[in-house]
Design a protein around this ligand. Structure first.
Ligand code: S3P
Length: 171
């Protein structure tokens, strides 16, 4: 792989970015950082609390700051939040500072995974289950403008980590 130290895993909520990032880190022997957990550490509170007490704008500000504060001198696999690439200049920043991997999934696959998920997600809090597929379809089609800029795009539903590792190594 070229001398880029950071690998950013991007994709919609529920696409398995953290799981894939952790597995990739184990495969490649690199450290792993979950951006959402790092934001919680820096803010000293959970993401649902940041959204409810300080608002989304404040969350986006910390998200951009934490993204930019990551050490670029050592190797890291970073799983980002679903909205990270779509705010500020974050996608351009990630394209310039590392290798970006988009875990692509269809709205139907995402709906099923998000309905089964027990993770509290502020953006989905007020979306009734029956409206979720349409909500995802609309938000995903808006966000794909950024997601599709990723250097590597893989099918998140049938993800093969060894194959992804070799695609990364060939870059
Ligand atoms: C968000 C996704 C979340 C988290 C925050 C906002 C989004 O991360 O960063 O709730 O805008 O899509 P996950 O993609 O890990 O759920």
């Amino acid at each position: 792989m070229s001398e880029r130290n950071l690998i950013y895993i991007i994709g919609f909520m529920g696409s398995g970015k953290s799981t894939a990032g952790r597995k990739l880190a184990a495969l490649m022997g690199w450290p792993f950082i979950d951006l959402d957990r790092k934001i919680e550490e820096v803010a000293g509170k959970t993401i649902p609390r940041i959204f409810s007490e300080d608002g989304e704008e404040y969350f986006r500000k910390i998200e951009s700051e934490v993204l930019r504060s990551l050490d670029k001198t050592g190797r890291i696999i970073v799983s980002t939040g679903g909205g990270t690439p779509c705010h500020g200049d974050n996608m351009d920043f990630m394209l310039q500072t590392g290798l970006t991997v988009y875990l692509k999934m269809t709205p139907v696959q995402l709906s099923k995974r998000l309905l089964d998920s027990s993770v509290e997600r502020p953006l989905l809090k007020n979306v009734p289950d029956e409206s979720l597929p349409l909500f995802i379809e609309e938000k995903l089609s808006y966000r794909e403008k950024w997601y599709n800029k990723a250097e590597i795009i893989v099918d998140g539903h049938s993800l093969n980590i060894e194959l992804l590792g070799s695609i990364i190594n060939s870059k």
